[in-house]
Design a protein around this ligand. Structure first.
Ligand code: RAM
Length: 353
């Protein structure tokens, strides 16, 4: 009797191994390009990697949440990575590992526009679809970019806001992320352009400080601004880490109502400062949707549904159809408008992101 069951079990085992092997390749959607000759790449679910700027940033975690949601809907495997520090070197190491892992796509929020080019070009040469999101890499280092909102509008509204908050007069400072962050640098460029308009002639931008998207450094940079510029009237922090750190410093020092704070913040981190008036209002978009869109952008490329060229369109799950448009000598997928958060609506959003 025992022999009989051993035989049955062995046959079942042989059968399942054979059927697993036959499900492997031809049934899957072989993507075109250089991955055609790689050995294991097309077996099993497609591998979609996401690299954020650094660990410990709730904004990055929300983007990853949206990305993972998209990849689960697609039936792929999501790989979520970030270096400890927001540096190009840390991201290069991760890119090299992902190339070895033969992922199908890399979506990256870049810590530098140019320094990642050799690693990302190597990835693309290996047949990996590379997309930047949130913080762009240069157009030679990517197939396309997923942009959260129009950078000109993001820069302009922060100057309009700060001007209204301080009555169009006085010293202001910017507390940014890292000095290499493409997204913040572009937004600051548009802020500076906006400041050239005659209506802002009495506003002086005294300093752009860098908190590197690290909480402690952002706190000490805020403290340094207050010390160096005793007449400072407002701080603009176009980074969720920076604005939350500045909110804490201004609150702890009892400077609410004396020094205005605005910028780009997560409602979950900023609700108390908005409610207390330390930050009368601020802006952002939905980071979950940004990550989600980037997942569908990657899938459309991997599955060969589009090439990332201007005029291409693709389905982005619950967000509907998205279009690829021109971006200088490259392309991008442009999402919504920045959204204003104030005392009226912060309560609705603080539990969402
Ligand atoms: C920080 C990061 C991110 C940026 C947001 C607004 O979390 O720098 O890249 O998009 O702020």
């Amino acid at each position: 009797m025992k022999k009989y069951w051993t035989l049955v079990l062995s046959l079942v085992l042989v059968f399942s191994i054979l059927s697993a092997c036959s499900q492997g390749s031809p049934g899957g959607n072989a993507s075109n390009g250089a991955d055609g000759d790689s050995t294991s790449k097309n077996d099993g679910p497609k591998k979609y990697a996401f690299i954020f700027k650094n660990t410990g940033n709730p904004y990055g975690e929300k983007m990853m949440e949206g990305f993972e949601e998209a990849i689960n809907e697609i039936g792929g495997e999501a790989i979520l990575r970030a270096p400890d520090q927001p540096t190009a070197e840390g991201q290069i190491q991760i890119i090299e590992q992902l190339i070895t892992q033969q992922v199908d796509s890399i979506v990256i929020s870049g810590n530098d526009p140019d320094a990642l080019q050799p690693a990302l070009t190597k990835a693309m040469d290996a047949g990996i679809e590379v997309i930047s999101v949130d913080s762009a890499v240069n157009t030679d280092s990517r197939v396309t970019h997923v942009n959260q909102a129009d950078p000109e509008a993001i820069g302009r509204i922060q100057i309009e806001a700060v001007s209204e908050m301080i009555g169009g007069k006085g010293q202001i400072a910017v507390l940014s992320a890292t000095s290499q962050a493409t997204n913040q640098n572009l937004w600051i460029e548009y802020m500076q352009k906006e400041l050239e308009k005659p209506e802002y002639k009495d506003i002086e931008l005294v300093k752009v400080a860098y908190g590197d998207d690290l909480r402690d450094k952002s706190v000490s940079e805020t403290e340094a601004l207050l010390k160096t510029y005793p007449d400072l009237k407002a701080i603009i922090a176009p980074t969720t880490v920076g604005i939350a750190a500045a909110g804490k410093v201004l609150t702890d020092k009892g400077l609410g109502g004396k020094i205005a704070l605005t910028g780009l913040g997560l409602p979950s981190e900023m609700a108390s400062y908005i409610e207390s008036g330390v930050s009368p209002w601020m802006y952002l978009w939905n980071p979950i949707d940004v990550g989600y869109s980037s997942g569908f952008t990657a899938a459309a490329l991997v599955e060969g549904d589009m090439e990332g060229k201007a005029g291409d369109t693709f389905e982005a799950g619950r967000l509907g159809e998205k279009a690829v448009v021109e971006d200088g000598d490259g392309t991008q997928v442009m999402l919504g408008e920045p959204f204003k958060f104030d005392k009226e609506n912060i309560g609705e959003w603080k539990d969402v992101y």
